[in-house]
Design a protein around this ligand. Structure first.
Ligand code: NAD
Length: 491
């Protein structure tokens, strides 16, 4: 209980974050914690509260109690809290970057999440005037109208790869629309979320409106998924967990479920593409955040006429990453988030060596870096039906295959159960449109690729990459019920 201020400690002093429940910074009710290790060094950095089921229930109870007053509040006043939080996040951006580098290994040089999170809170703070229903006189003798109203308590469960980005993109639209929120951070990256928990108090949110708990999926994530008072659950993470949440939601109160899941994103590079630009973009897509990005283009299909120079340029650029301590400014390639991720990526690499032709990398380099670093890795000529072509690796590992025709490229690109982000590089505008239309994907980049996105476009997956859409013009809708009201008029 009580105040805590999270800062990166001198060596060996452990961070002890707290959870925010009902306006109080608290430990787990049974005092249980789990250890968090710096993936760049293996050093223990924090004891993090492991929320019990009772803690998750207490957070939902606090959110439920705060709901009537928050939903009735002038939305401009709700917005003022969001604005203040945005300012506080900006003020603490450097500290948040260090916390993230220490917990999940993101290089500070590539830390965009704090500013992006502040941008979300700022945007939604002023978005409330678009919460609107409709009215009509189309039914004789009646005025009919729709009203948009909050659901009540929203639970948000987020992954570790871009923690504050998801923290804000889920909670800000839920809050401005008058819902109260319980957010569960990822057990792999709980520190920045816990810091924002402290800032939420300073931003002036009434107690219980915005709760932040930490811990593993079991018990606290699952407790939120089954809770009868949670009316919406918005989740970003793996397909496996998404399915489980969907099942639990269906078995309990049929809460609304929004799912942003994994990807196996293809990019097609045709003969007429700008080779250097395509190589630079597609390399960046799979390298950024050490490949731990849902929409990273992990499958590259290059047309045979430019395959040798494209592959050469890709390899040269990918090999030039600067790996090392993610808290140093010159570093742009951090470790994988933890040992589990590291081992999982290495096991894919070993399979890749058996099924395809290794061109670059292929090793972990624990010995040289003292952490969970993986070399940028390229495979060529990998059979389409091999596991590494079908499943998400979530590491700096790319498969580059050569294609002959447009039809072949589209068929192979679409031969996946995922559909999050696909891209095509060509100077032929007719082909660009044909291919963009044919790709089974929620997002398509033409002469650009992930992580390039636009704030006012919806983001979400086809097929097993998810359900629903998020984005500045779309997310508020996820958290608003629609009520139809008809009023009889005499005369
Ligand atoms: P994960 O599914 O293991 O965990 C995500 C969150 O779910 C964590 O907070 C975890 O504690 C919680 N959780 C685990 N089991 C649970 C359960 N039974 N009930 C409720 N909650 C539970 O995913 P991860 O490893 O943290 O994230 C990586 C995955 O996220 C990748 O598949 C990646 O593609 C995906 N992702 C998708 C997007 C997108 O926008 N589509 C963005 C980022 C990451």
């Amino acid at each position: 209980m009580g105040d805590s201020s999270i800062v990166i400690p001198p060596k060996r002093e452990l961070v002890q974050p707290r959870m925010l429940i009902g306006g109080q910074l608290v430990e787990a009710s049974d005092k249980a914690t789990f250890d968090l290790f710096n993936p760049a060094t293996g050093e223990k950095v924090a004891h993090v509260p492991e929320a019990t089921e009772d803690d998750a229930n207490a957070a939902v109870e606090a959110a439920k109690a705060a709901s009537p007053a928050w939903s009735a509040l002038d939305p401009a006043k709700r917005g003022a809290c969001l604005k203040k939080l945005a300012a506080l996040i900006r003020e603490h951006n450097k500290e948040l970057a260090l916390l993230e580098a220490t917990s999940m290994g993101r290089p500070v040089s590539e830390y965009i999440d704090g500013m992006a999170a502040a941008g979300h809170f700022d945007h939604y703070a002023e978005a409330w005037p678009s919460i609107q229903g409709q009215a009509s006189l189309n039914t004789p003798g009646f005025v009919t109208m729709t009203l948009r109203q909050p659901y009540g308590v929203v639970a948000a469960i987020i992954p570790w790869n871009a923690p504050l980005l998801f923290f804000a993109s889920k909670t800000a639209p839920a809050l401005i629309t008058g819902n109260t929120v319980v957010l569960k951070s990822s057990e792999k990256a709980p520190l920045a979320a816990a810091k924002v928990g402290e800032l939420i108090i300073k931003a002036g949110f009434p107690p219980g409106v915005f709760n932040v708990i930490s811990g593993h999926g079991l018990p606290s994530g699952a407790a939120l998924a089954k809770h009868m008072d949670v009316r919406v659950i918005t989740f970003t993470g793996s397909g496996r967990t998404g399915r489980s949440i969907q099942e639990v939601a269906a078995r309990t109160n049929l809460k609304k479920v929004i799912l942003e899941l994994g990807g196996k994103s293809p990019v097609i590079v045709f003969d007429d593409a700008d080779i250097e630009k395509a190589a630079e973009d597609t390399m960046h897509s799979i390298q950024w955040n050490s490949g731990q990005v849902c929409m990273a283009n992990s499958r590259v299909y290059v047309q045979e006429g430019i395959a040798p120079p494209f592959i050469e340029a890709f390899k040269r650029k990918f090999a030039a990453v600067r790996a090392g301590d993610p808290t140093r400014k010159e570093i742009n390639h951090g470790p994988q988030a933890d040992q589990t991720q590291y081992k999982s990526v290495l096991s894919f690499i070993e399979e890749g060596k058996r099924s395809g032709k290794l061109l670059l990398g292929g090793n972990g380099n624990l010995k040289t870096e003292g952490g969970f670093f993986i070399e940028p890795t390229i495979f060529l000529e990998t059979p389409e039906n091999s596991r590494i072509m079908k499943e998400e690796v979530f590491g700096p590992v790319v498969n580059i295959n050569t294609i002959k025709t447009e039809e072949e490229a589209i068929q192979k690109a679409n031969d996946t159960e995922y559909g999050l982000y696909a891209a095509v590089y060509t100077k032929n505008i007719d082909r660009a449109w044909r291919v963009a239309k044919a790709l089974n994907s929620g997002y398509v980049g033409v002469n650009c690729t992930s992580p390039q996105t636009a704030k006012d476009l919806p983001f979400g997956g086809y097929k097993m990459s998810g359900q629903g859409r998020e984005g500045w013009l779309y997310s508020m809708d996820n958290f608003l019920e629609t009520k139809s009201v008809m009023m009889k008029i005499d005369g």
